[in-house]
Unconditional design. Sequence first.
Length: 185
Amino acid sequence: MKAVNSEFRSLAPSRSGGKEGTAEPRRGIRRLHRVRTVRRQQNMSLRTAARQLDSNIRETRKLEDETADLRLSELYRWQKVLDVPLLELLVDPDTPLSRPVMERAQMVRVMKTAMAILEIAPTARLRRLAQMLAEQLIEVMPELRGVGPWHSVGQRRSLDEWGRIAEQTLPDDVLHTLPLDSSEG
């Protein structure tokens, strides 16, 4: 029996298959979904996904691991965040994204570029051209209306989102206990 077991193990696929930490899955591990692939295709950062899922980055990274066995409710949450058909999250990872989803991702990238040009245009003429391009893109695909420019520095927040300073406030008495002048001692 030992000889059969050792022979079977030599025929079984390796569990380490590739380098750790890479996007490539290990051999012998079954991929269950395409959440990470679709998120990256949609040019959505992990941080943005975590914020929209009302989760932290570590938990979001675990959820999007293609070997993670997600509940149906979690897949529906991802579908809403990524704005793709649920089937796109379940399709075999060896098949490319469907044509409509791929085209949408491409259109979002073009719209982000047009909005970035509009934001930094040095002349009125260039601003008008960028505005016309953005309006034409919206005519072709109305859901592009809310797309903003590429981020030049850090992560942008919408007007109704609070910054880190609002989330991590200091008590009022901290300011009263600090000496104002170092010579007062």
